[in-house]
Design a protein around this ligand. Structure first.
Ligand code: GLU
Length: 395
């Protein structure tokens, strides 16, 4: 078959592929511990599920307005007031089929063929492919473990060409959990605005930051530069709502209209029932988010207390999200030679699923998600520590 040239760059999503492999093994009766997928292991809060049940019972099952029902757009706007004290008008918001669709549609609305998108690396797997699918060219700007995987203005400047149009800024980061401080963020935002770039801020983990860090958002900059910044967020991670597929974008109303046109032509509105669930989440109690954050924080500390004893690994301590991005290149050279081989080896030998760093732009590392139970995490890390030490000895 003749596929479009754009497909030449497109890879299957590594996170979803590994999750599928882990699920397949589980269905065959294998006891797999999956540290591969970024999916909270908590149930969606009961009041959110109840709102969805009620929506079904009331027959709220038809098409809705493409950018989302008005109360949901008001609730999205209200979130920014509640969390960050910033007034957002509902027509500056649009609901999407997960944060992924928000990001994809922004690239579709903003990129011309050949436009470059600066992407600090390590980056989340799907950014480069989304850029390619929309005719753009991703430019990875590498941030090493020694910098806590955070990119600097100088590194961004060195990667800048006249073709650059967008900067993707993701804090807390997937895959590293790194959080930019307010001053680090502000330096990067000022630089990007000064250079005429549009900033897409992926803030899907904004509520999942650990003491002494506090949630922060580029929305404070957006207020001043509404046509130069888009803030993307969603309910999947904070409210344990991965399967419901609800994300959203806040940006200038003219761009919201374009995003809505794309959505209207490509998919139509997001699931009506999910919209009611999202409304309940965004307007309801936040205790559930706090409880999940506390559990993630506890697991993070426990995981780090184990990993910090690994002499063959470097793991900058993450401040947010629920990932550990560990440099394990000292284990390469014997039985395994790169992150993909290591992930395969761990799955086959220990039945532990991890995601190879190569999918995130750094082949020295593997990503572990600690969105699993405390016991499963402890057991998996203990087993991994022994096997990785063996690999490092043989390397
Ligand atoms: N964002 C999550 C992850 O990185 C979910 C999977 C995905 O959509 O990539 O694991």
């Amino acid at each position: 078959m003749q596929f479009s040239e754009r497909m030449a760059h497109i890879k299957p999503s590594a996170t979803l592929t590994i999750n599928a492999k882990a699920l397949e093994l589980k269905s065959q009766g294998v006891d797999v511990t999956s540290l591969a997928i970024g999916e909270p292991n908590f149930p969606t809060p009961a009041h959110v599920c109840d709102a969805a049940k009620q929506a079904i019972d009331e027959g709220f099952t038809r098409y809705t307005a493409v950018p989302g029902i008005p109360p949901l757009r008001e609730a999205i706007a209200g979130y920014f007031k509640r969390a960050y004290g910033v007034d957002v008008a509902p027509d500056c918001t649009i609901a999407s089929n997960g944060g992924k669709q928000s990001l994809y549609n922004l690239f579709a609305a903003l990129l011309n063929d050949g436009d470059e998108v600066l992407i600090p690396s390590p980056y989340w797997v799907s950014y480069p492919d989304m850029v390619y699918l929309n005719g753009g060219v991703p430019v990875a700007v590498k941030a090493p473990a020694s910098q806590g995987f955070k990119v600097t203005v100088e590194q961004l400047e060195a990667a800048l060409t006249p073709k650059a149009k967008i900067l993707v800024f993701n804090s807390p980061s997937n895959p590293t959990g790194a959080c930019y401080s307010v001053s680090e963020r502000d330096a990067i935002v000022k630089w990007a605005l000064d250079r005429g770039l549009f900033i897409i801020a992926d803030e899907i983990y904004d509520q999942l930051v650990y003491e002494p860090n506090k949630p922060s958002s580029i929305i404070v900059w957006w207020k001043q530069y509404p046509d130069r910044i888009a803030v993307v967020n969603g309910l999947a991670k904070s409210f344990a709502m991965t399967g419901w597929r609800v994300g959203y974008t806040v940006t200038h109303p003219d761009l919201v209209k374009k995003l809505s046109q794309i959505t209207g032509q490509a998919t139509g509105n997001i699931c009506s029932v999910s919209q009611k669930a999202a409304l309940a989440a965004l307007t309801g109690p936040m205790d559930c988010v706090r409880e999940m954050r506390e559990a993630f924080s506890r697991r993070r500390n426990m995981a780090l207390s184990i990993i910090d004893t690994w002499k063959f690994a470097v793991c900058p301590h993450p401040d947010g999200a629920f990932y550990l991005f560990i440099d394990v290149h000292k284990c390469f050279g014997g039985k395994v030679h790169n992150s993909l081989e290591l992930s395969r080896y761990l799955l086959e030998r220990l039945h532990i699923a991890t995601t190879p760093g190569v999918a995130f732009g750094n082949d020295n590392c593997i990503r572990l998600s600690y969105a699993v139970s405390d016991d499963a995490l402890k057991k998996a890390l203990t087993e991994m520590g022994e096997v990785l030490a063996e690999l490092a000895d043989e390397a």
